[in-house]
Design a protein around this ligand. Structure first.
Ligand code: FAD
Length: 447
């Protein structure tokens, strides 16, 4: 087996991981990112999310750092929709351009190597300290040893395999998975006129906190309930009436991204038959929804499903038990943690498992919650930091902390902390928090 030794090994180069890799490398650590997709970015790119939600508290921008650097690059390329960048909650970006941008900025870092199409097979430990990973690229195995491993797999896969404590809600309670897709060939003016004349009855599906998305740029619509009210549907398509779906415009003319919640009682961490069923079901939902748009929404007559995401959208799976678990009360009271590494302000809460609605807890405009460094440290384990949607928090905090800007913020903090730990010869648990915060602020992170 080939072997390699680095300072920082990033497991999963997705939304959080790619930023973690950049931050570690820019801070002088020899870094490798491994990801099983063919591109960097995870849900941000291959998952085809397209709506980057969580940049402001509706009054001020609360996210800076590398996430903001990316926003500026999208702007230069005309690959983003925005209204007022300093207060927009969300940016709609081109997920394909995003793939190229991530390649460009990672390849500029001399300390950073990215192994794509590479799967994590096993975790190497010395007692309770994670010291590396075994990874598989094509038919070749490699053992990569590292001083710090960052688990940004979305599923806390490394922490789980290392035997760290975690929690995961039961299948009946977990948020639904959703396969994203894209439609082209839409007459947007006609669609807009249609919705102006027939305002959607949002309140049946969407919680009030989301109605008032004045800062949501572009065009956004929820569900098909109104259009299907008087339509007879075959039994297998009845679910379309209750579909909590969203479509958002993209930076490209006549194109929308479809976020189509299909409900299936499964854990995304299950493989083989279960995974196959999840993939098949969510793809069928996406196709049904696209066909229904064509049939029932004026302006979509000549539209077509132009792309299906390469990566199934997983909202929720394992969450580690960290040195600190962020609580709903922390969110509701907009708590200021001393070890803050960044902020989030999107309504907390979750999609209900049936995919029909959402429950939310909202903050006042101008308020935000801080994210503590300790929620990225798996209890009882050393040599490992976790970043992204699988950090430690109570389930109802999910919809705030799992947003892409917040995952990026955690990635930047994890990468920076890992590099500091390596440089100072300390464990990630013993990183000097003031030094970490000073470094982040010097890199325009908003604490
Ligand atoms: C349907 C849906 C809609 C959403 N809508 C929005 C939205 O509108 N706005 C918003 O901001 N957020 C949204 N989110 C949330 C957001 O997209 C995710 O929470 C966030 O992107 C997760 O980032 P992450 O880095 O934790 O995981 P990911 O971005 O998924 O990255 C994990 C990476 O790890 C890699 N990986 C996993 N296992 C292995 C392995 N064994 N070997 C190698 N690599 C591995 C994966 O390939 C992936 O690239 C949505 C999520 C979903 C599912």
């Amino acid at each position: 087996m080939r072997t390699k030794t680095v300072d920082v090994l990033v497991a999963g180069g997705g939304t959080a991981g790619v930023i973690a890799g950049l931050a570690a490398a820019r801070n002088g650590a020899k870094t490798v990112i491994v990801d099983k997709q063919r591109c960097l970015g995870g849900q941000f790119t291959a998952g085809m999310q397209g709506a980057w939600v969580g940049f402001s508290d509706k009054k001020h921008r609360i996210v800076g750092g590398i996430a903001w650097e990316l926003r500026n690059i999208f702007k230069e390329r005309n690959a983003i929709v925005e209204v007022d960048p300093e207060t927009d909650v969300c940016f709609l970006y081109d997920t394909e351009v995003a793939k190229v941008i991530l390649d460009e900025i990672t390849s500029r870092e001399p300390n950073l190597e990215c192994f794509l199409d590479t799967s994590i097979v096993d975790v190497i430990q010395d007692g309770d300290t994670v010291t590396g990973l075994v990874v598989l690229s094509q038919s070749e195995l490699m053992e990569i040893r590292a001083k710090v491993v960052i688990d940004s797999t979305g599923d806390a896969l490394v922490a789980y395999k290392a035997g760290a404590q975690y929690e995961m809600r039961e299948k009946k309670d977990i948020q639904p998975m959703t396969l994203m897709g894209r439609m082209c060939g839409i007459d947007m003016d006609r669609v807009k006129r249609y919705y102006e004349e027939n305002p959607p009855v949002l309140d049946t599906h969407v919680p009030p906190a989301w109605h008032d998305f004045k800062t949501f740029p572009g065009f956004m619509h929820f569900g098909l309930a109104d259009e299907l009210k008087n339509v007879q549907l075959p039994p297998e398509k009845e679910y379309l009436r209750n579909w909590l779906g969203i479509f958002t415009s993209t930076p490209n003319p006549g194109e929308v991204t479809i976020n189509c919640s299909g409900a299936i009682e499964a854990h995304s961490t299950e493989g083989f038959e279960s995974r196959a069923a999840q993939e098949n079901f969510s793809q069928k939902c996406l196709y049904d929804v696209a066909e229904a748009f064509k049939q029932y929404v004026p302006g979509f007559e000549n539209a077509y499903l132009s792309a299906i995401a390469a990566l199934l959208g997983v909202r929720e799976s394992r969450r580690i038990i960290g040195d600190y678990k962020v609580t709903l009360d922390d969110f509701n009271t907009a708590r200021e943690f001393e070890d803050t590494i960044g902020r989030g302000a999107m309504p907390a809460g979750a999609h209900t498992p049936d995919g029909v609605t959402m429950y939310v807890y909202d903050l006042e405009p101008g308020q935000s919650m801080t994210i503590p460094y300790r929620c990225m440290l798996p209890k009882g384990k050393d040599g490992i930091l976790v970043a992204g949607r699988c950090v430690s928090y109570e389930a109802p905090v999910a919809n705030c902390i799992r947003c892409m800007p917040q995952c990026m913020v955690m990635g930047e903090a994890a990468g920076t902390a890992a590099a500091i730990a390596v440089a100072d010869g300390v464990t990630v648990r013993n990183v000097n928090i003031s030094k970490l915060q000073q470094n982040l602020e010097e890199h325009n992170v908003i604490l």
